[in-house]
Design a binder for this molecule. Structure first.
Ligand SMILES: Cc1cc2nc3c(=O)[nH]c(=O)nc-3n(C[C@H](O)[C@H](O)[C@H](O)COP(=O)(O)OP(=O)(O)OC[C@H]3O[C@@H](n4cnc5c(N)ncnc54)[C@H](O)[C@@H]3O)c2cc1C
Length: 398
């Protein structure tokens, strides 16, 4: 382990968890990732081992069977896992956001019923905002829930559900008619509980997995809601939280942004490790390519970007752990880490010369995984909207 992306001030428990995860990544994930990714195969054994390690319940309080750890611990674990294979971190990411939503915004009944089985990983979470017609512009969602007696009937199509098939609970944002004058107050989050798997169960259909550039192994799906009937108690937080859905989901997205920043850091740490190793193995013109200043400077730039992304991610996580609002910090960390991740993987790819283009080399996989970091939990343009809006408010002249 090198000197970059180290974190000061960790507790003994945090250090122990991270050491265990790093050993697991080196022994179980890194040697198998290439093969599983080529076959687009779900990493069943790896996930089972992660369940055993308690990683599905890492932030869930001990009273519900989890480890009760902080956002920082979670983010550092995600960074380690993404260093091994980003797809594996994807299996816990929306799960973690949904557990967070249930904990922060759920009713006591929802917490007591869902969190214990989420802590073991037996019930997985998926998070559904996006639709075929919108992602960045959440106000444009068209999936609707109509009140019918004590129930709601939900109709519409959702898109891009990470863990769409294997999940047992999907936090789903839909439009409801609250008679409010703001579109954002006419949105409600439902906890849709379903059987894991593809196909139709009740009014929910998970058609099949979407074929993607990278991020293989973990499924990304659509979800079709065809008159799906749920009781009003399926609203996140209970019936009186109808109309609060947008704000609840944005709270989830905020911790999700730290999570994506951590994943981006994991990918770029690995890209750097591969680049600096290759630069000392490959020889041209009688020297290691690392002896050419152009390549050595690339390594310096890459390491600096990794360090900056890591520090901003840690800062955003710590702010949230201290109970402070971290919308700007999380936006900045996600924006910077994902852009740097893209740049660092590209530079490592270039250091590898023609071999970077070969599927035999790990950097080829990272090169395909990095662009997703620019998109998930809000694109860079969306982060810049959030950051600039907050700054203009704070630095308002008059
Ligand atoms: C592999 C994968 C997994 C995903 N998992 C999930 C998931 O689990 N749950 C979920 O809900 N969603 C998920 N998503 C969806 C993801 O959150 C969206 O793709 C993302 O928010 C962007 O939305 P969009 O694709 O509709 O792009 P659009 O919103 O259509 O944006 C298109 C382009 O326009 C730019 N743009 C949009 N608005 C503005 C503006 N105001 N100013 C400047 N530029 C702008 C964007 O930055 C982008 O470059 C996933 C996506 C992928 C690819």
């Amino acid at each position: 382990m090198g000197r970059i992306a180290q974190t000061d001030g960790l507790t003994d428990v945090q250090a122990d968890i991270l050491a265990a995860v790093r050993t697991f990544v080196d022994k179980e994930i890194l040697p198998n990732a290439g093969d599983l990714e080529k076959k687009d195969e779900y990493p069943e054994e790896i996930i089972n081992a992660m369940k055993e390690m308690g990683l599905f319940g890492i932030t869930i309080p001990e009273q519900y069977g989890g480890l009760g750890e902080s956002l920082l611990t979670y983010a550092l674990v995600v960074e380690e896992i993404a260093r091994g294979w980003m797809s594996v971190s994807g299996v816990i990411n929306t799960h973690f956001i949904v557990a967070y939503l249930v904990l922060q915004h759920g009713s006591e009944e929802q917490r007591a019923r869902l969190l214990p089985k989420m802590a073991t990983g037996d019930c997985r979470g998926a998070f559904s905002l996006s639709e075929p017609g919108c992602g960045s512009d959440v106000s444009a969602i068209t999936t609707r829930a109509e009140r019918d007696g004590d129930d709601y009937v939900i109709t519409g199509q959702k898109m891009w559900l990470t863990n769409g098939a294997r999940s047992g609970v999907v936090a789903t944002l839909v439009k409801t008619d609250e008679g409010a004058d703001s579109v954002y107050k006419n949105m409600t989050t439902f906890l849709l509980e379903k059987e894991p798997g593809f196909g139709t169960h009740g009014g929910i259909t998970i058609p099949g997995k979407l074929d993607k550039l990278g991020y293989k192994g973990v499924e990304t799906t659509e979800m079709i809601l065809d008159g799906h009937r749920v009781p009003a108690s399926a609203i996140l937080g209970g019936e009186d939280k109808a109309g609060r859905g947008f704000y609840q989901m944005m709270d989830g997205v905020e911790v999700g942004r730290v999570n994506v920043a951590a994943r981006a850091c994991g990918i770029m740490i690995r890209a750097f490790e591969l680049g600096i190793a290759y630069a000392q193995q490959r020889r041209t013109f009688g020297h290691q390519i690392a002896d050419h200043q152009a390549i050595a400077f690339k390594l310096a730039e890459m390491a600096t970007k990794v360090e900056a992304g890591h520090l901003m991610m840690v800062n955003a996580a710590r702010k949230k752990d201290n109970g402070e609002r971290n919308d700007v910090e999380a936006g900045m960390a996600k924006y910077l880490a994902s852009e740097y991740c893209h740049e660092v993987t590209t530079e490592s790819f270039r250091i590898h010369g023609g071999y970077g283009y070969s599927k035999e080399y790990e950097i080829e996989r990272l090169y395909r995984e990095a662009p997703f970091m620019l998109i998930g939990e809000g694109t860079s343009e969306v982060q810049k909207r959030i950051i600039s809006r907050a700054l203009l408010k704070e630095y308002k002249l008059h």
